[in-house]
Write a protein of this length. Structure first.
Length: 861
């Protein structure tokens, strides 16, 4: 992976540097003793822990020349005043500082500070202390992404109710720049800026409050910060309308309001008055209607992002005004009609994102935009047949996405030397029937290639020249022959390999162990035979392994138990056999979230030890918090830094689904009691085996369980009454066993039908017609709990909710095989692959529609 520095980034860098720090740290003067001591004391209280800090983007020197007895004005990151020698600047951004800032910290003795940058460290949930109010001459304060928490003031009540501001950062009269963004644990209301003494902030030129969890609306008084040039309120949970007073912020040239819950939905006309705007980010804002004409006033625009709204109607002919514009993102709206031919006027345009709309035509003039480097027309209604090489006229393209655009691409006349600069080529569902010639040559930049869902039926060996590939998706074609051994390594770059649903046969190449970067391997739904290559044990980064629906004949791959990242294993529908032995190591499969061994020939009793080391299935909380954090580091950076060439980056696995499916095997013996320790389990399927003995009472501890299938075994005894406490259980099946006694009543058990119980001659009571005679029936039934449980994860602004609802509503009765997230520009694309779903119940359609609304890419098994 690498970063390309675009003009945009340069702009940002220059901006940051000019606003944060313009000082030279050299000085002829000796620093004051007390300040020197204060600095050393301050630093001593931290440990250096770079892993704890979000610093991937910067590489700053550690302050390793901070030595007692030397002139502190010469220390790295320290700036002194030329005449008074007082420390006036401290830049410890990204210094891997880890620890707490106490109220008595010696930092606050540096009262002459004018510039203070402590961003990208980890202050371990410290609060923003009133002591910051002591820096009365502070002009620049940067605490971005430094793990601060708590109310944005130490005493929220005091400050927000306007009683005592004298100790707050909002009292710092000289402040020109205030950057607190990326501290997700900061909370509070947005300050009303002007009322009370907060009017001091009126000199602010730059304000970043992004990713702070505010409550309430954006106060109208923000319009009085008339010197504001840069305003970032992205993803900070402000609601209400965008105040009309924005009209007055005429100096703004950088405005980010995306990712908030603006409830009005009308595009704020005030923005059309901000004639100095160069960069405008309004994605995820709930706006609807047509793209407003008032944008035409913004003739200095370089960057315009209106993605993820509900804009409809045609793309307006407003292009002729935008001679400077370099970046347009209108993706994920409901725009219709063709791309206007006036687009040819956008002579500076480099990036054009129009994906996920209903656009139905491209003008020939599009191919005159020779500056284009990124073009996304995916998921539209274009219906033409186009020679792929036509796009090669755009010689500077580094990223092209035509997946599901509606275009049928012919490649028969493709030439070997097209697309020489391309990094990312996505041509899924483009009716391609022949691998284009240029892909058979060495393409030194090509990292991501998606040719899935086409009609390719060749052998793959010619692709072995693409040695830079990291992401290769060829799923759902008719590719045949053996899997080429080159796919096992590719210089060790390969991170994702998806060959699902093809006609490959033969055995899996022994080379996969060399691809130590491999995180996802999906070769399911082919005709693969033989044993698993033991070299897979060398893929220490492997997170997802899907081998389902082949003819693999092997014993249980216990030798994968050490892979530390392995989260999902699917062995479904193969010829795996033999018993599951006790784990060799005490810690086996500790990170596993999903295991599907169904439809194989496994035998014997289940060793309870396996469940005992599946730590991640035991923990639910861990996930919620890590998911909550997911967006921050990368999400935040991606706004300012991640850009060209990094549109499709696999980041990590989404960790919500925890499931076990051992169905359709020949297991016998008792169900191990230890299953009750997997508290985070949501789906458990032991059906169609030969399990005997009782339903273990320990199942009552699986409080998250939504689906429990124990049908077609030889279980005996009663159904434990305590199972009624599983209030999220939506699917329950114990049919075809040898169970006896009264069916429990209450909660979810009121919702299960006959079919859940049939084939158990000894069961009686509701819903069966057989009543239990004189036996006392359990207490009066209560209503089933609502499904609000399913909404408890909420990832503001990233559109994951819908996916979770789809999952949580219990529609996916089968096993959810996995999901991974692809980071693309600043938004997250949730991509579910291999979801096994029985169309069951009336909810399913609606839910799939909801998922589709988040523009996920979904394939079903
Ligand atoms: C302080 O000295 C440095 C180097 O001699 C110089 O670049 C800088 O402009 C001076 N700053 C002030 C405020 O005089
Ligand atoms: C961070 O905070 C936690 C709990 O507040 C504490 O246990 C831990 O020691 C702190 N770590 C450091 C390095 O201060
Ligand atoms: C500063 O406060 C912390 C915690 O409140 C305390 O542990 C420490 O001893 C104090 N240090 C000084 C120098 O007072
Ligand atoms: C703050 O700046 C003013 C004017 O430059 C100066 O007189 C005063 O001494 C400074 N205060 C501190 C604490 O540095
Ligand atoms: C406000 O804060 C100042 C400084 O800490 C303090 O002296 C004063 O008593 C406070 N006033 C009130 C009303 O709390
Ligand atoms: C300003 O504060 C006063 C009370 O201190 C309150 O009555 C008034 O409504 C506030 N104005 C705004 C615009 O918030
Ligand atoms: C977001 O804002 C809403 C309404 O102001 C509030 O109810 C909610 O608690 C906030 N969410 C978070 C996570 O702070
Ligand atoms: C803009 O500022 C002017 C002058 O301060 C003020 O009169 C006007 O009400 C402001 N407009 C809005 C919409 O707040
Ligand atoms: C794993 O990698 C090591 C060194 O890279 C190699 O020697 C070994 O043969 C590999 N193991 C397997 C099973 O391929
Ligand atoms: C449920 O879990 C608790 C705490 O881990 C344990 O004490 C209890 O025995 C478990 N209940 C059953 C029925 O296994
Ligand atoms: C069913 O369970 C009873 C005891 O509860 C046992 O006698 C009988 O053999 C079992 N039947 C089968 C088919 O397993």
């Amino acid at each position: 992976m690498g970063f390309l520095l675009s003009n945009y980034q340069l702009t940002i860098c220059i901006l940051l540097y000019s606003l944060i720090f313009c000082f030279s740290s050299s000085s002829a003067h000796l620093c004051h003793n007390d300040e020197s001591t204060a600095l050393l004391q301050f630093k001593q209280l931290f440990s250096f822990n770079c892993a704890a800090c979000d610093c991937s983007v910067y590489s700053a020197p550690l302050p390793d020349n901070w030595k007692e007895g030397t002139d502190c004005c010469a220390w790295d990151g320290v700036t002194c005043d030329n005449t008074t020698s007082h420390v006036i600047g401290l830049d410890l951004r990204c210094n891997c500082l880890y620890g707490t800032i106490h109220p008595n910290s010696s930092l606050f003795n540096l009262v002459h500070l004018q510039h203070l940058d402590l961003s990208h460290n980890n202050f371990n949930h410290s609060q923003i202390l009133p002591s910051f109010g002591r820096f009365t001459n502070l002009t620049h304060l940067d605490l971005i992404s430094s793990h601060l928490s708590g109310p944005i003031q130490s005493s929220e009540e005091e400050v927000w109710q306007g009683n005592n501001f004298s100790n707050s950062i909002f009292h710092l009269q000289k402040l020109q720049e205030l950057r607190l963004g990326g501290n997700r644990e900061l909370t509070g209301k947005l300050p009303s800026f002007i009322n009370g003494t907060l009017w001091h902030l009126r000199h602010l030129r730059s304000l970043d409050l992004s990713f702070i969890d505010f409550t309430g609306e954006l106060p109208n008084s923000i319009g009085q910060l008339e010197y504001l040039e840069v305003l970032d309120l992205g993803y900070c949970n402000v609601s209400g309308t965008i105040p009309r007073s924005f009209t007055n912020l005429t100096r703004l040239y950088w405005l980010y309001l995306g990712g908030n819950n603006w409830n009005n939905g009308q595009f704020p006309s005030s923005i059309g008055h901000l004639k100095n705007l160069e960069q405008l980010y309004l994605s995820h804002c709930n706006f609807y209607g047509t793209i407003p004409r008032s944008l035409t006033n913004l003739m200095l625009l370089i960057w315009l992002d209106l993605s993820y709204n509900n804009f409809e109607g045609p793309i307006p002919q407003l292009f002729s005004n935008f001679s400077l514009i370099q970046y347009i993102d209108f993706s994920n709206n409901q725009l219709t009609g063709p791309i206007p031919s006036s687009i040819t006027g956008l002579t500076s345009l480099q990036s054009l994102y129009l994906g996920s709309n209903s656009i139905n035509g491209i003008p020939p003039s599009l191919f005159h935009l020779v500056s284009l480097t990124e073009l996304d027309l995916s998921s539209n209604n274009l219906s033409d047949t186009v020679e792929l090489d036509t796009f090669a006229k755009l010689e500077d393209l580094i990223s092209l996405d035509l997946s599901k655009s509606g275009l049928s691409l012919t490649t028969t006349n493709s030439t070997p030397f097209s697309f020489r600069k391309i990094w990312t080529l996505q041509l899924s569902s483009c009716n391609i029937s022949k691998i284009p010639e240029f892909l058979k040559t060495q393409m030194e930049h090509l990292e991501t290639l998606d040719l899935s869902n086409n009609y390719l039926n060749e052998e793959l060996n010619p692709l072995c020249n693409l040695y830079s590939l990291s992401y290769l998706d060829l799923s759902n074609n008719q590719l045949a022959g053996l899997i080429p051994t080159c796919l096992g390594n590719f210089n060790g770059n390969l991170i994702l390999l998806n060959l699902q649903k093809n006609n490959f046969h033969g055995s899996i190449p022994q080379t996969f162990g060399f691809a130590s970067m491999l995180q996802l391997l999906d070769i399911s739904h082919n005709g693969l035979q033989g044993m698993l290559p033991r070299s897979l044990a060398n893929c220490t980064n492997l997170e997802i392994l899907n081998l389902g629906h082949n003819f693999i004949e092997d014993a249980f791959p216990f030798w994968l138990e050490n892979l530390p990242q392995l989260k999902i294993i699917v062995l479904r529908d193969n010829k795996f056999h033999g018993t599951i032995e006790q784990p060799r190591k005490r810690l086996a499969f500790t990170n596993l979230h999903i295991i599907d061994m169904s439809h194989n020939e496994f035998t014997g009793t289940l060793p309870s030890e396996y469940f005992e080391s599946m730590h991640s299935m035991m923990m639910d909380d861990e996930d919620k918090s890590s998911l909550k954090y997911m967006g921050i580091g990368s999400g935040y950076y991606s706004v300012t830094i991640m850009n060209k060439g990094l549109e499709m980056t696999l980041v990590r696995i989404i960790t919500i689904f925890k499931a076990i499916d051992f169905s359709h095997n020949k297991f016998d013996g008792k169900i191990p009691i230890s299953i009750g320790r997997l508290k985070a389990l949501r789906v458990l399927n032991f059906s169609r085996n030969g399990f005997t003995g009782p339903i273990p009472l320990s199942l009552v501890n699986l409080t998250e369980l939504e689906s429990l299938d124990l049908s077609q075994n030889k279980l005996s005894g009663e159904i434990p009454q305590q199972l009624t406490s599983l209030t999220f259980l939506e699917v329950f099946d114990v049919s075809q066993n040898n169970l006896t006694g009264i069916i429990p009543r209450g909660q979810q058990f009121e919702t299960f039908s006959n079919t859940s119980y049939e084939g158990n001659l000894g069961l009686c009571g509701f819903p069966l017609s057989k009543n239990c005679g004189n036996v006392q029936i359990a207490e009066s039934p209560t209503l089933p709990s609502s499904f609000s449980h399913n909404f408890k994860f909420k990832f503001d602004g990233f559109g994951w909710e819908a996916v979770l609802m789809g999952y949580g509503c219990g529609v996916l009765l089968g096993l959810l095989i996995g999901s991974y997230i692809i980071q693309r520009k600043e938004e997250w694309l949730v991509r579910i692959f291999g979801v096994k779903m029985r169309q069951h119940g009336k909810r399913s359609k609606k839910i799939w529609k909801k998922i589709a609304h988040t523009k996920s890419i979904i394939n079903c098994l």
